[in-house]
Design a protein around this ligand. Structure first.
Ligand code: 5GP
Length: 369
């Protein structure tokens, strides 16, 4: 081939390969909670009673102050309920509840009239009906809420960013948590759009089938580490949402840099779930389902929309009684984790955390409990 023709061909291929995106593989292994343990460290702490597991934040955009144990019940049927909010308020350490978005307006008004709504997030999605209900609520009770959770399955659309910007313009003094995303660049975009707390997690949830149905997702521990770094660089915060199966996972999420941790499955199946308890051969069960499962869609939207595959599952889980004991386990586990690494306050946990890669984290010879 003549030299100038060869050069022309090389230049042409270079130019074309820039125009046509090619498939890429990121070789670095991304990690989940199960892939690591927290290494213990020498400490001067006497007992886990000495540990303060509350956090204080001033939110970037709303400017509001927050103090409490930064664990939030997910905005799911069976978890983000009025009854859960009352139980959390009675517990007294400022645990949060994101209410599911399907309560009627009148019930929301009545609820926010009572004590115990301080740590509650009002939730909306991106459908017009949610925004209309919120507008109607705020018209009647303009000062009743100070925290809003904007939740969509896929936080990557431009449409979502525009939506968040619009809500921020309308509600400058309300703390906004929004998501979900799993990568730093989208965390930054959402924070710049007016989000105070970016919700992180695609596919790790206990009743989520996104990874199975779409092949999309990101191992949750790595997502938290990368997204926390991006958010903190801009003065924003993140909420690690999904994938915690035990108090140890919650400690790992905070150790990885999460400011808040959201729990679904770990809080499901309790008396506060506001779900029917069924008796099967003398044992009690409760239904628990993903918010985009066919069960949820049939219940709230009158069927599965044609364009949308169901990305959530429905399970029956043993009834666990009141949530109080579970809360004690969660708070106790978190305090203990802090003690093991010498963190006197939850704020210090991530600084004092060194993760070690493991090939097995639990001894399952007598089951996984
Ligand atoms: P968990 O704590 O149960 O592991 O995860 C709770 C989170 O799962 C929720 O906060 C929410 O982000 C996510 N989730 C809830 N329902 C669904 C669903 O139907 N599909 C998917 N993909 N995620 C869900």
């Amino acid at each position: 081939m003549r030299p100038y023709l060869f050069q022309f061909r090389v230049a042409f291929v270079r130019r074309i390969s820039k125009l046509i995106p090619i498939m890429r593989i990121e070789e670095a292994t991304k990690l989940d909670f199960k892939d690591v343990l927290i290494r213990p460290k020498r400490s001067t702490l006497g007992s886990r009673k000495d540990v303060d597991i509350t956090r204080e934040f001033t939110f970037k955009w709303s400017g509001l102050k927050y103090k409490g144990v930064p664990v939030i019940a997910a905005n799911m049927d069976g978890v983000g309920t009025f009854a859960m909010a009352k139980a959390f308020a009675a517990e007294g350490s400022g645990l949060g509840v994101a209410l599911h978005k399907h309560y009627p307006l009148e019930d929301l008004e009545a609820f926010f009239d009572q004590d115990g709504a301080d740590s509650v997030w009002y939730s909306i999605g991106m459908v017009g009906a949610d925004e209309e209900k919120l507008a109607a609520f705020l018209k009647k009770r303009p000062d009743a809420i100070d925290k809003l959770c904007i939740d969509v399955a896929n936080g990557y659309s431009e449409h979502f960013v525009e939506y968040v910007k619009r809500i921020r313009e309308k509600l400058p003094a309300i703390t906004i948590m929004a998501g979900n995303v799993v990568t730093g660049e989208m965390v930054e975009e959402l924070i710049l759009a007016g989000v105070d707390v970016v919700k992180v997690g695609i596919g790790p949830g206990s009743v989520c089938t996104t990874r199975k149905m779409t092949g999309v997702g990101y191992p949750q521990l790595s997502a938290i580490i990368e997204c926390a770094d991006a958010a903190h660089g801009l003065g924003g915060l993140i909420c690690a949402d999904g994938g915690c199966t035990s108090p140890g996972d919650i400690a790992k999420a905070f150790g990885a840099g999460a400011d808040f941790v959201m729990l679904g499955g770990m809080l499901a199946g309790h008396a506060q779930s506001e779900q029917q308890v069924v008796d099967r051969n003398g044992e009690k069960f409760l239904q628990f389902y993903g918010m985009s499962s066919s069960t949820a869609m049939n219940k709230h939207k009158g069927g599965v929309a044609e364009y949308r595959a169901s990305e959530g599952k429905t399970v029956h889980i043993p009834y666990r009684g009141g949530v109080e004991d579970t809360l004690q386990d969660i708070l106790g586990g978190l305090r203990s984790a802090c003690t093991y690494v010498g963190a006197g306050r939850l704020k210090e946990l991530s600084r004092r955390t060194t993760f070690i890669r493991v090939s097995q984290q639990l001894n399952t010879v007598f089951g996984c409990e």
